[in-house]
Design a protein around this ligand. Sequence first.
Ligand code: SF4
Length: 206
Amino acid sequence: MDCETCRAYACRAEGDVVLPKFCPMHEGELYDKAYAELMNDENRELYLESSKIEAEGYGQWPRVRETIELCKRMGYKKIGLAFCWGLRSEATMLAKIFKENGLELISAMCKTGGIPKEEVGITDEEKVRPGTYEVICNPIAQAMILNEHETEFNIVFGLCVGHDSMFYKYSKAFVTTLVVKDRALAHNPIAALYCDYYFRKKLVEE
Ligand code: SF4
């Protein structure tokens, strides 16, 4: 099973279609289970509103706008923001825009808790700047803070790869990602694929 090798894309076609041999759609039971989950009380509205926003703002609305639209249409009043220290100015800008849209944003920064890197087993050489005092990110605390505030929806705003994974696991509310961290590419990781010729040496270890 490997959708990325498929060129039939039968899942997008209307009517009777021939599925490739390796297509996961041969597993009818899995799709029945997934459909039941999509349509349950917890998921259905979010599922439908997301799709309506996709169509309404298609190619026009930036993701910030799509996120605001989703919060409004879902009736979320209290929204959590798990942001990176490196994006603190942008987090302030975002909070202002949310406020202007009548939405309350509760934020928790990545360095909350103030754990020195040495305390968890990072050596001085493994720091970003050896010889300096560095605090490690605390994505589980970020999630717990937002959980305690009973945020109805959470936004990941530039958390490190892996730290974001932990936030997703511990957040009680649904999470959307507004910014993915990519320090080398202005938080635009797909640029490395669009410019594969130039970036290849940086993507494959020799
Ligand atoms: S679901 Fe089936 S048809 Fe669709 S991309 Fe995957 S293999 Fe191809």
